[in-house]
Design a protein around this ligand. Structure first.
Ligand code: URA
Length: 439
């Protein structure tokens, strides 16, 4: 095979050969993978070459050994954190993202209250799913950026930290994810799995629980695909020595009764106070049990720590340690409008994607990475599937600082709620669909 434009004398492979191998459904060797990820990070493999390779991977896949090596190469592009000096074991959670998914907020302090340290590196929202950092930034004074030393000190002292991932963690992933975003190659399971797991493994957690969402509001709409993603990530974590399990959970309807930054903080605090919507409590406790089990603490029941206020105490200390005032009033949007029930009957459907898009259009989310978000914007739900409603009753309150956004939000919600005649029942859907552990 012909050689191509070798400007660099010392590169052991040619990018075009690597692309051709995957284009023709071949396997990439460990050495080729190490090289292509490293050379891309160094700028020797060009964006257009990595785009072609990403598309070949999307179309032709990678096997378990290739994905594992690809993940290791992305980890090796940056620093690894190390928590073995802590007096407590560590556990973390990653969610593939959903509408109203504020679970990290009550979960991190809850698990810490049970004796396991939680080093949660989070991101910001893009598109219709919100980001944990955006939610916490609704709290006056709270800051997302910590140095590694501050993070370590807070983990030892408070036991939980939710902060922004530093730029040193898996830089290859940051560059590749931005490229995938603009080349139609986000949706490749090997690339999603290696992207998520490279960051979680580099973060250095001892145990990891993955919340893989399925349904209209999720990244993976299809259960088969969500299962494959979950299995792939569990295998990657396990191979890297991280005790990893995944829960497959429903995202056809929003979690809880709020979608939007300050609204979700308020609901999380209700859960920490022992109240809050049943589905949010159920998932928080289910994920806490898995994290505690992964960290070897099967002797404690997280439901107790929610009930007796210990999780709330950790929440307050966690927020205060990052400059936030846990007692300060949360921002409220300047304008509200209501969405009313069209008829008498039973709510049998409430579409997660529609609610997520509406919250986003109201200003809770961003279209581009640089955009600001409105702390108070979002959707508050007053009825969930199963609720009996009367025509004209308030189903939702829409919140925004910029009332010109109401029309577009209402357009997103046009088909969001299905009201069926009285006596109807919504389809039975368990919140936790399955648990996937290493084989
Ligand atoms: N989240 C990530 O971090 N990476 C992906 O590829 C997809 C979702």
């Amino acid at each position: 095979m012909a050689q191509h434009h070798h400007d660099e004398q010392h590169e052991p492979f040619d990018a075009v050969d690597v692309i051709r191998t995957k284009r023709d459904r071949g396997r990439l060797s460990p050495e080729e993978i190490d090289w292509v990820v490293d050379a891309y990070t160094r700028g020797v493999v060009a964006d257009e070459q990595m785009s072609a390779l990403a598309m070949a991977i999307l179309l032709n896949g990678m096997d378990r050994a290739e994905i594992s090596r690809w993940t290791a190469a992305m980890i090796a592009s940056g620093e690894r954190m190390e928590f073995s000096r802590l007096t407590r074991p560590t556990a973390d959670k990653h969610s593939t993202g959903g509408v109203g998914d504020k679970i990290t907020l009550p979960l991190a302090p809850l698990v810490a209250a049970c004796g396991v340290a939680v080093p949660q590196l989070s991101g910001r929202g893009l598109g219709h799913t919100g980001g944990t950092l955006d939610k916490l930034e609704a709290i006056p004074g709270w800051r997302a950026a910590l140095t590694n030393a501050e993070m370590m000190a807070q983990l030892e002292d408070v036991g939980a930290v939710i902060c922004q991932a530093g730029s040193g963690l898996a830089p290859a992933d940051r560059k590749l994810y931005a490229l995938r975003d603009v080349t139609g190659t986000v949706e490749a399971i090997p690339l999603i799995a290696s992207s998520i797991m490279s960051k979680k493994i580099a973060e250095g957690t001892g145990a990891l629980v993955l919340d893989v969402k399925v349904g209209s509001g999720a990244f993976m709409k299809d259960e088969g695909q969500a299962r494959e993603l979950a299995r792939t990530m569990v295998a990657l974590g396990t191979d890297a020595g991280v005790r990893t399990v995944a829960l497959l959970t429903d995202m056809s309807t929003p979690l809880g009764l709020t979608a939007g930054n300050a609204l979700e903080v308020r609901e999380s605090v209700e859960v920490l106070a022992g109240g809050g919507p049943a589905d949010v409590v159920e998932l928080t406790v289910a994920l806490a049990r898995e994290m505690l089990e992964g960290a070897g603490r099967t002797d404690v029941d997280p439901a107790d720590a929610l009930r007796d206020g210990r999780a709330m105490d950790v929440w307050r200390r966690m927020i205060a340690a990052q400059g936030g005032d846990p007692g300060a009033p949360l921002p409220v949007a300047r304008h509200q409008e209501q969405v009313l029930a069209p008829a008498d009957g039973v709510v049998v459907g409430l579409d997660a994607l529609a609610v997520g898009v509406a919250a986003w259009r109201l200003g809770a989310g961003r279209a581009r990475k640089e955009d600001p978000v409105q702390a108070g914007a979002g959707v508050e739900l007053h009825a969930r599937p199963g609720a009996v409603v009367r025509a004209g009753e308030v189903l939702m309150t829409l919140h925004t600082d910029t009332p010109e956004r109401f029309d577009r939000a209402r357009a997103a919600l046009a088909e969001a709620v299905t009201v069926a005649p009285e006596g109807s029942r919504p389809p039975e859907r368990p919140l936790v669909i399955d648990r996937i552990a290493a084989d």
